[in-house]
Structures are given as C-alpha cells and as structure tokens.
Design a protein around this ligand. Structure first.
Ligand code: HEM
Length: 429
C-alpha cells in the first residue's frame, strides 16, 4: 500500500516480475495487469465496444480536461477524433519547426547568462519551453500572456499522485482544503481558456492555427460545430497532453545524456558534423538517426506516460487467462519496456537498441510510449519533432552537467516525473 501511494510504477513492475505477464492484484478493486505484448495488442487495438476508457483514471483527468480527446469515449469520441486527428498530419506538424526553433533559441540565449555555475532545474526549464511551444504552435500568441498563471495552475493540478486524486474524485463534493484549491485552479483555467476562445471568435480568423480549426470544425453528419464547453475541453486537453509529456521526455533524455558521457559525446559529434552549429529542420532529421535513437531509448527507460488503463466491456481470454467483464485492465509501459524477454539488460541506457536493423523482428507491442491502436497519441509526430529539434540546439550550444550529489528518483504522477527535480549546471561548447 505504501508503494501504491508513492511509486505505483515500481509496485506494478515488481508484481509483474514476480508473477508473470498476467497478474490479478486483489485489492479494494481487482486490477488486472497485462504485460505480454500478445495480451496488450487486443487491449489496445480493439475499439471502445470491447475495451473502453470507462475507468477511474480518466474520470480523474476529466476533472480538469473535461470531455476532451484523451478522456472522451464511445461514438462522441469517434466524431471528435475524426475532426481533430487530421489537424496533426505531418505536413502541418513539420511546419511548426520554425516556431520550435525560435523558442528554443530564446531559451538558449537566456541560458547564456547562466553558464557560470548557476544551478538550473532542467525539469522546470523544459516544462516552460514545451508549454511555450504548445502555446505558439497550437494557439498562436494567445496563450503566451497567461503562461505564468497557467504554469501555477498546473502545479496545483499535479500536486497529488493519481491514486490520491482517484479517492478525491469519489469525494470531490467534500470541501477539503485540497478540493477547494483544486476547484479554484480549474475555475481560473476556465476563465483563461474561455477568454481565449471568445477573443478569437470576436477577432475572426487568427493564425490558421489549431484553435482556428477547432472553432471552424464542423461535424460532417450534423454540420454543427463544437459548443463552448467542448472547445474548452479540447483546448485544455491539448495544452496539458501536449506539454507535460514532451517536457518529461526532454528532461529524462538530458539526464541520461548527462550521466552517460560516451553517448552524449557521440550524439554531439554527429550533430556538429551534420548541422555545423545550425538549428535542425525536419528535413535534417533523417540524416541524424542517432538523435532519434537516443530519444526512443530514453522513452523506453522513462516512458512519460508510464501506464494507461481500460475497462473490459465483455469477458475476454488470453492464452487461457480469463479477464472478466468490467475488469479494470492496466498496461504499464514502464514495466513493458523492462520486460527481459524483449529488452535484454533492460536498465542499461543503450540507444543502439533502436538501430533500424536491430528493430527487425521486435514485437510491435513491446514498445509503446505513445500507446497503440485507435487511442494512440495523435501528437506523436509533433513530440518526436519537438524533442529532436530542441535537443539538437541545446547539445550544440551547451554541455549539461547533472549536479552529482542530488537524489534523482522517478515519481509517477500523471506523467513520470523526477521526484525531487533535476538540478544541472551548464558550460558553453
Ligand atoms: C513525448 C510526448 C508524448 C507522449 C509520451 C505521449 C503519450 C501518449 C499516450 C501513451 C497516449 C495514449 C493514452 C491511452 O491510451 O490511454 C496519448 C494520447 C494522446 N496524446 Fe499524447 N503524448 C505525447 C505528446 C503529445 C502531444 C505533443 C500532443 C498534442 C499536442 C498529444 C496529444 C494527445 C491526445 C489528444 C491524446 C488522446 C488521443 C485519443 O485518444 O484520441 N500528445 N499520448
């Protein structure tokens, strides 16, 4: 129980190591953990009629995301998904490169003044940067003004681990100090987002960004657009799903590079050789295979979304194991990515695992940082572009030194975060 409250990812991993690929954990409510790619495949690839999102985890997220794309389910999700997913096609996403590079370069200019032994919290820096990127690429300049306030609100929202919040969901009507603080935070967020939508409607078309498209999107069948509440939910969902996760991926990658000088030296050399100090573009990335491998391997060890859950809507059977109807099923990339049958020496940081020829024959459901099937991440392309462009600039301009006497541990909130943050110092290249 102690583990469940403080580091559930470690508990799940241990249960699966001791008891195998299919574990029923009998508690207040039975939890079915599935960790074999063959069992995970049907859970993620079937639609909501067999495995839905009608579980407590998404009810917790819905407290602030509302009924946006992450938490929505059923036929309404199908409609919203068909409106929003096409907005994240690779042509549009690659068009984000200039804004990503400009924002990264301004942060790097700020860092220039901090190279003399100043300590920086890399997790906070990355969060600030990715929030700016989501704001600028998806919502034009509208969000920038509120960046500070929204960051504060997100802090409140993230204050407690998901399990504690799950209990709070059951008693959310109860005016505990935390519930009150939470409700105030959500109200403040609503004010900002509704304000943004209203201003955009009044001002007419803006920057041809995602917000414009959401406002103009019409359902094919009904010919109707989204109401204000649905728009608010989609905006908040993209804002949160699109920045915490990428910030985590960047933070852990910089930490791993800072603690593996051989990998860092090889990566930096390949960047300098190919880019010669310039920022990377989307077109450069195919010529930088090691950069992608490093990001992939970092998300294997520290998957930002460390677990996701489903409800079995009917009885299912995997290789003789029975999953009863209404079972609460958990897939935990944190454990899956450490499965020794698929990842030998799993704790070792080795980006060469992702060399293109070494991936042949690997089970497609053994590596799932972005989920899979109909509910897979719609922002995966954007996240891969963003993380690689940001790293290409940082590594060419600075050497990032992880402060050595600071404890670095994972903690599983909505995303897998460093429990005590990660302090670093910088030196110029
Ligand atoms: C490294 C960064 C990211 C990671 C690791 C990540 C991971 C994931 C995962 C695992 C899911 C599926 C969850 C489930 O099955 O329950 C998901 C869904 C989603 N992600 Fe991401 N994500 C990232 C970045 C982004 C970005 C940049 C955006 C958008 C700007 C985004 C938007 C979404 C949305 C809207 C969904 C829900 C899709 C649906 O169910 O229709 N994500 N993400």
């Amino acid at each position: 129980m102690r583990h469940l409250a403080t580091d559930p990812h470690v508990l799940l991993h241990q249960l699966l190591r001791v008891y195998g690929d299919f574990v029923r954990w009998r508690g207040f409510k039975d939890i079915y953990l599935v960790n074999h790619p063959d069992f995970i495949r049907p859970v993620l690839s079937q639609d909501y009629r067999r495995f839905s999102k009608r579980v407590i985890d998404y009810r917790v997220l819905a407290q602030f995301m509302g009924n946006g794309l992450v938490t929505n389910d059923g036929p309404h999700w199908v409609r919203q998904h068909s409106l929003i997913q096409p907005l994240f096609g690779s042509r549009r996403v690659n068009g984000f490169e200039a804004r990503i590079n400009t924002l990264t370069s301004s942060l790097m200019d700020e860092w220039e003044t901090r190279v003399h032994g100043d300590t920086l919290w890399i997790d906070r820096e990355m969060s600030r940067l990715t929030f700016g990127i989501v704001g600028a690429t998806l919502f034009g300049s509208d969000l920038e003004r509120h960046a500070g306030e929204v960051a504060e609100i997100i802090e409140v929202i993230n204050l407690y681990p998901a399990e504690v919040r799950a209990l709070m969901t059951l008693f959310s009507w109860f005016p505990t100090p935390y519930n009150l603080k939470w409700r105030r935070a959500v109200k403040r967020l609503d004010r900002i987002v509704y304000g943004m939508i209203e201003a955009r409607r009044r001002g007419g078309a803006g920057d041809d960004d995602i917000l414009d498209h959401l406002i103009r999107a019409l359902d094919e069948e009904s010919g109707e657009g989204m109401d204000e509440r649905q728009l608010r939910d989609e905006v908040v969902t993209l804002m949160l799903a699109g920045h915490e996760t990428s910030a985590n991926a960047l933070t852990w990658t910089l930490y791993l590079l800072g603690t593996h000088p051989d990998v860092e030296a090889r990566l930096t050399e390949s960047l300098t050789e190919t880019l010669n100090g310039a920022a990377a573009t989307a077109d450069d990335l195919p010529r930088l295979p090691y950069l992608k491998q490093v990001v992939q391997e970092s998300m294997r060890i520290y998957p930002p979304v460390w677990c996701y859950a489903r409800r079995a809507e009917q009885q299912e059977e995997f290789d003789g194991y029975v999953l009863p109807a209404n079972a609460y099923v958990v897939v935990a990339p944190y454990a899956l990515h450490r499965h020794p049958d698929f990842w030998p020496d799993p704790e070792r940081f080795d980006p060469d695992r992702f060399q293109p020829n070494r991936g042949e024959g690997r089970h497609p459901y053994s590596y799932l940082p972005f989920g899979a099937g109909p509910r897979a991440c719609i922002g995966a392309g954007m996240a891969m572009l963003e993380t690689q462009l940001v790293l290409a600039q940082i590594l060419q301009r600075f050497k990032v030194h992880v402060v050595s006497d600071h404890p670095v541990e994972t903690t599983a909130k909505v995303t897998l975060r460093p429990r005590y943050g990660i302090p670093v110092t910088l030196s110029r290249r």
